[in-house]
Design a protein around this ligand. Structure first.
Ligand code: 13P
Ligand code: SF4
Length: 365
């Protein structure tokens, strides 16, 4: 076996050279390889994906694939999920280890444990509170949920997961995305004043005992830096300019954005809805730019107009880290018999995390 090739040898290659290497490696590796691509990946990478999807679809695909090597063109938590649901039996590779998720980083095990213990000063959380983590979180937080009767959700099954949670315990602790929790809870009929915000920088989350007792959902104060760029004013402007236009947003958007939208759903839902739109319709979309730009190009020949919600460019900078150079580097290493950037979740974390993920996959289809 030869020594691993270094990324420095690839960083200066032109995208076209990387394309040729990627295509050659894919044809040599054949069915031994599956490249998964999230909808936010840039075009130069996305075009090489064998399977594309939102977080739920990609985790289901990862669980099913028999490929020996799974290259995850997405972010770190997605690769961790792929390793967990395949029991460490596949080589799950993240082309650039710096491809994280800033929202996932807003919660960590120490802070969540502190929150749980502070809540226990008011009530017994293991009896009264279901911990629910958005899939955009580190594996040890999924393990925390698995060990405390909790569960994982994605943007496409959050409602079903919350319904399941409330059928077991009276309250939910939802982390790390306050917006997905609030938007979903509100659409289920939970009033805003029964969803309180846990500020993890303050003792007792900055809440009173009464507020904790009254709350149905305790929302972690996390958010997505990309989706916070969209504002109701963008929607108002669009409605003035295109009165018959439709607005569709991802549930990581603020409450006011989602409430002013005609449709709210995951990336896969957004694609499905706009692809089914009538010719002549006009859409404003509140989610990441790479997805919107691709959809705009795809729908133009069908007479459907797609517009990005913000006047600013807001891409997911961590998704953007995966470039053709890193993809070519990981693939050429596989050809040379070297697995680089393998994501491995230790067994003691993977086991309880898997319990919480399996529940999600069972509870909500
Ligand atoms: P989806 O599961 O809807 O693709 O969302 C993932 C994500 O990170 C959105 O910011
Ligand atoms: Fe994380 Fe936001 Fe990027 Fe999604 S868009 S991966 S939530 S930073």
């Amino acid at each position: 076996m030869s020594a691993a090739l270094k990324i420095d040898q690839f960083n200066l290659l032109a995208d076209e050279d990387c394309d040729a290497r990627i295509r050659a490696a894919k044809s040599i590796l054949g069915k031994r390889l599956a490249i998964l691509g999230h909808h936010y990946q840039r075009d130069e990478v996305f075009k090489h994906a064998d399977f594309t999807g939102d977080s739920l679809k990609l985790s289901q695909l990862a669980a099913k694939t028999e490929a020996e090597f799974i290259i995850f063109c997405g972010v770190h938590f997605m690769a961790e999920v792929a390793d967990i649901v395949t029991d460490g039996q596949r080589n799950v590779i993240l082309p650039d280890l710096a491809a994280g998720c800033s929202m996932a980083d807003m919660a960590n095990l120490i802070k969540v444990r502190k929150c749980w213990s502070e809540i226990s000063e008011v009530l017994d959380p293991d009896e009264k509170v279901t911990p629910v983590t958005y899939i955009n979180s580190a594996a040890d937080l999924k393990a925390f949920c698995g060990s405390h009767g909790g569960i994982v959700c994605t943007s496409s099954n959050a409602r079903g997961v919350l319904e399941w949670s409330f059928s077991r315990r009276e309250k939910v602790l939802f982390f790390p995305d306050q917006h997905l929790g609030r938007n979903t809870g509100y659409r289920m009929g939970i009033p805003l004043d029964e969803m309180v915000l846990w500020d993890f920088t303050k003792p007792m989350g900055g809440l009173t005992v009464e507020e904790i007792r009254k709350a149905k959902i305790i929302l972690w104060k996390g958010f997505c830096s990309v989706h916070q760029m969209f504002h109701p004013a963008h929607i108002e402007k669009f409605r003035r300019e295109v009165p018959r236009g439709k607005v569709i947003s991802h549930p990581e958007n603020a409450f006011e954005v989602c409430e002013n939208s005609d449709y709210v759903g995951s990336t896969e839902y957004i694609l499905r809805t706009v692809r089914a739109a009538e010719a002549g319709s006009h859409w404003l979309i509140g989610t990441e730019l790479n997805l919107v730009n691709r959809l705009k190009d795809e729908m133009k020949p069908k007479g459907v107009t797609v517009q990005f919600m913000s006047p600013m460019v807001c891409m997911c900078s961590t998704m953007f880290r995966t470039d053709p150079q890193h993809l070519a580097w990981t693939l050429d290493n596989l050809i040379a018999g070297q697995v680089v950037n393998r994501i491995r979740v230790p067994q003691e974390i993977a086991k309880p995390a898997r319990a919480a993920l399996d529940l999600m996959l069972e509870v909500v289809d």
